[in-house]
Design a protein. Structure first.
Length: 168
């Protein structure tokens, strides 16, 4: 099973309005790192995101079904070095490419990682919030919806702004 970004956002919408998430959280160190996996048709984006708090978080977004070519053309606009050779990729159509995500912040890990894991959209292992003994706090995602945190949302917005992901 696999899902696309629009499917995750639409599942999240009744629980959390994605457009109310902060979309301007800056990348903390250097540019977004892009790692291509030509053989498995995967493009991995990795960044350290930092908002107002002192803590920064690691955000990984992976798109599947990404094609790489030897020559530049209309659907392969961006160059990337693959073992010393230039390959071309993207923009990635988010309706055609399934997604996998990892984010190190507590909101993502405790609220959404299990749900994303269950549909094959999580990078790594899931964790669930364990309330302290005696706590009356309810479940953090009672309807078990798919979703993303503000760091992931902000990184995706940056990729969209750069024209690297598009929705067609
Ligand atoms: Zn986060």
């Amino acid at each position: 099973m696999a899902v696309t970004l629009p499917q995750i956002v639409s599942d999240m919408a009744p629980f959390r309005d994605p457009h109310k998430l902060d979309s301007k959280i800056p990348v903390y160190t250097g540019p977004v790192r892009e790692t291509p996996f030509v053989g498995t048709k995967v493009m991995l984006f990795r960044a350290e995101m930092k908002g107002k708090s002192a803590v920064s978080y690691l955000t990984y977004v992976q798109f599947n079904n990404v094609s790489f070519t030897d020559e530049k053309d209309a659907t392969h606009k961006f160059p990337i070095d693959v073992e010393g050779k230039t390959k071309w990729w993207g923009p990635i159509n988010i309706n055609d490419s399934t997604i996998r995500i990892y984010d190190s912040c507590p909101d993502f890990r405790f609220r959404f990682s299990k749900e994303l894991y269950d549909v094959g959209a999580l990078i790594g292992n899931w964790k669930r919030y364990t309330p302290v003994p005696g706590s009356t706090r309810g479940p953090v995602n009672p309807q078990e919806r798919l979703g993303i945190c503000k760091h992931t949302w902000s990184l995706l917005n940056l990729l969209k702004k750069q024209g690297k992901i598009v929705e067609k």
